[in-house]
Design a protein around this ligand. Structure first.
Ligand SMILES: Cc1ncc(COP(=O)(O)O)c(C=O)c1O
Length: 482
């Protein structure tokens, strides 16, 4: 093994071209082998602190070690001890299954070390971000005035949106915002960060399918105004994490227009379903929202940290975030040359648009459309299978690509506490046997299993075998087996 610092003068960490190539080839081989093995491996691996400390705890070495050893250690001891969110049977939380070109794009962007904060700093990458954001604009049905930026994810996108909403409302003292009781906690956290008191982040009740109740929203806003609060924004879900619920976006847009309120749609999970007919049908009105958060690292098959915020009138975002320090005066190239650092929280930012661009260039929109639609189809098929089973029951029908259900065998009158414990044991067995990765949730306080089917490599066989295993583990549990 050759040390990583071969031939480098003291303090320089540059490698020869041959070494760079050797190491890049090894890294690529380790990743590709991992991707090939993935379907035959468990969808999750984890470890406790006590297990992992002895493997990794050490002071930083004073002298460098052979780079091959370092890469192999990362690939064998550290990276695999994690959820494999791109495994075809990873159905927990919100999966993420990046295309290979999008992974390479992250590598290429890092290799070029693009500073994507200003046009001067990265003209080509900025032009490409404009182009990809315009693709998203067209998919949503936003007007030409719309624009946006790539963010680390949905949390950052919502935070940026709330800053714009607050400024558009004149930054009132007693600001309040409204979201359904199903909205992601990223939104309430973002609202409090921008200065909305936690008690003024108002949770609107939902209907029997977990969609925001319009009457309740209207009443809450009226009561809050009467009590001297200043409502600034209403948030709609285009795919709530828990259930996939889509709020009545068109009615919410009517209301927000009447009341002069900013409508923000959290489409972090569901947004790219707009590429499928079912998504288009469910999202009627989304194009009327003032802002929309959509995570390409979820349903557009990109690696993590490919979030996005779209704003209907991009000037409102820019006026909330633009800064003009002396030391950046050279970066002002005028309106046609946006500085993406002026559209949100980050000045130093990576070149995220390249991931989307490279994967769409490689596979084409047709492939993306059908991959998105397949998630919806598989969830509907899972719902059908569950309904046909005597041992499973639907807790909430499939919405987008999420379906919630329980094991509750026919003919046995199990109490709610017993049912919860039973389903909890089933979920542990699904994970610990390496069958699949599946998370649980609570719907109005009642324990539920949940599948989120979002991976472009997932087949019906992956879904069906998981449901069969759930049924089998459940029957085994009630008959006292192990
Ligand atoms: C609906 C929804 N909103 C917001 C978020 C937060 O997004 P991120 O984790 O990308 O910050 C998530 C994450 O799963 C989500 O599903």
């Amino acid at each position: 093994m050759t040390p990583s610092t071969e031939d480098a003068p003291e303090g320089q960490m540059k490698l020869s071209a041959d070494r760079m190539m050797e190491l890049a080839e090894l890294a690529s081989r380790l990743i590709v082998e991992r991707c090939e093995r993935l379907p035959t491996e468990p969808a999750w691996r984890g470890g406790t602190r006590a297990e992992l400390e002895p493997l990794m705890r050490e002071p930083p070495p004073e002298e460098g070690r052979p780079a091959e050893h370092v890469l192999e250690r990362a690939a064998r001891e550290i990276l695999p001890v994690a959820g494999r969110t791109d495994h075809p049977r990873f159905f927990a939380f919100v999966p993420s299954s990046p295309t290979w070109p999008s992974v390479l794009a992250d590598y290429m962007a890092a290799g070029h070390n693009v500073f994507q904060g200003t046009w001067l700093g990265a003209s080509g990458p900025s032009q490409l971000e404009v182009v990809v954001i315009d693709w998203f604009r067209d998919w949503i049905g936003y007007p030409d005035s719309a624009g946006g930026l790539f963010t680390s994810g949905g949390s950052a996108a919502s935070l940026d949106a709330f800053v714009a909403a607050r400024e558009a409302a004149g930054a009132p003292d007693r600001a309040s915002v409204y979201m359904s009781d199903q909205s992601h906690t990223a939104l309430s956290r973002a609202a409090t960060i921008v200065g909305v008191r936690p008690e003024r982040v108002r949770k609107v009740p939902t209907d029997d399918r977990y969609r925001l109740d319009m009457d309740a929203l209207v009443t809450m806003v009226a009561e809050d105004r009467a009590a001297g609060l200043s409502p600034i924004a209403v948030c709609g879900n285009a795919g709530a994490t828990n259930t996939g619920a889509v709020d009545p976006l068109d009615a919410m847009a009517d209301f927000c227009e009447r009341e002069g309120l900013w409508l923000h749609v959290d489409a972090a999970y569901g947004g790219f379903a707009v590429l499928a007919d079912e998504g288009k049908r469910l999202f009627v009105g989304i194009e009327r929202a003032d802002s929309i958060a959509m995570d390409a690292h979820k349903w557009l098959f990109q690696p993590f940290e490919t979030g996005c915020l779209m704003v209907k009138d991009i000037r409102r975002l820019e006026s909330a975030f633009s800064v003009r320090p002396e030391y950046l005066q050279d970066t002002e190239w005028g309106r046609d040359h946006p500085n993406f650092g002026d559209r949100g929280l980050q000045l130093s930012r990576s070149f995220r648009a390249l991931k989307v661009w490279m994967s769409i260039q490689t596979f084409g929109m047709k492939a993306f459309r059908s991959a998105v639609a397949r998630g919806i189809e598989l969830a509907a098929r899972a719902e059908e299978w569950i309904r046909d089973s005597e041992n499973l029951e639907i807790a909430n029908p499939a919405s987008l690509s999420v379906v919630c259900f329980r094991f509750n065998p026919a003919g046995r009158d199990l109490g709610s506490t017993e049912l919860e414990k039973l389903n909890d044991r089933i979920q542990s067995r699904v994970i610990n046997t390496g069958t699949a990765m599946m998370s649980s949730t609570r719907l109005r306080g009642v324990y539920s299993l949940r599948l989120c089917i979002l991976n472009h490599t997932t087949s019906w066989e992956d879904v069906r075998s998981t449901l069969e295993a759930i049924e089998r583990f459940g029957l085994d549990e009630v008959s006292g087996g192990d």
